[in-house]
Write a protein that binds this ligand. Structure first.
Ligand code: HEC
Length: 214
């Protein structure tokens, strides 16, 4: 009994010394290694999901250091993200708002148990209020209730609304283009939602007849 305790103590001392010896890049490499060893590819959830792109890595690093992203780096990264935004292939940004509540409500998709052809949801309510009718919503993101109305959009098809329509599309397509370390998913860039789903959501946010603006 005593012998086991001594051995255990000795082992933990060695482990602790090992940890103390790690620092900076070594710690990062060890953490990454541990992450990769504790996940495995399952169904459509492949291990490469753990690979961060440059902007994700920069934001993780800033967060770990308890710092904001360096101003110049942030500006450059946001500019690069902005360049990834593709306008709708037919040039029409506004879809069918009546289809969008379902997309906003659904958190289905991208899990290992989903099939490659599963229709994903946007899970918008997990982070945003959107309508008065739905009383269950997260508050990680700002309320989007009256999104179009508050921005003075009375006719989303009018030239006056063009800039707001394009911004809303861009925000949904790649939120990092406007806020580098946002927690909002990049729905177009990462192919979480289809072009037609994105259009339906843009219409939902901006059409004065949609429950978002009622
Ligand atoms: C994981 C949380 C999360 C999810 C899911 C999410 N968002 Fe966001 N969203 C945010 C956060 C945080 C912000 C504020 C920071 C920013 O601007 O990126 C935001 C900002 C926005 C904005 C900009 C608001 C403004 O005033 O300019 C819009 C529009 C938006 N979200 C729409 C959506 C829609 C539509 C969905 C679903 C398809 C969605 N979001 C899903 C977290 C989320």
């Amino acid at each position: 009994m005593k012998k086991t305790a001594i051995i255990l103590a000795a082992v933990s001392a060695v482990v602790l010394a090992g940890c103390a010896a790690l620092g900076g890049d070594d710690t990062k490499a060890a953490t990454k290694d541990m992450l990769f060893r504790s996940f495995e590819t399952k169904g459509i959830a492949t291990i490469d999901r753990l690979n961060q792109d440059e902007i994700q890595a920069a934001c993780s690093e800033a967060e770990m250091n308890g710092k904001e992203l360096d101003e110049a780096v942030r500006t450059r990264l946001e500019k690069e993200q902005l360049a990834t935004i593709k306008p709708p292939s037919d040039g029409k940004y506004l879809g069918d708002w009546t289809k969008a509540e379902k997309i906003a409500q659904s958190g289905v998709g991208m899990a290992w148990s989903n099939k490659a052809d599963t229709v994903n949801g946007g899970n918008c309510y997990a982070c945003h209020q959107l309508t008065k009718q739905e009383i269950s919503y997260g508050t990680l993101g700002p309320s989007l209730y009256h999104y179009g109305k508050l921005r003075g959009v009375t006719d989303p098809n009018s030239p006056a609304a063009r800039a707001m329509v394009e911004y809303t599309w861009g925000k949904l397509y790649n939120a990092k283009a406007y806020s580098a370390c946002t927690l909002m998913p990049r729905f177009g860039h990462m192919k979480g939602l289809t072009e037609s789903q994105l259009k339906d959501l843009v219409a939902y946010l901006l059409d004065p007849n949609s429950p978002v603006n009622k």
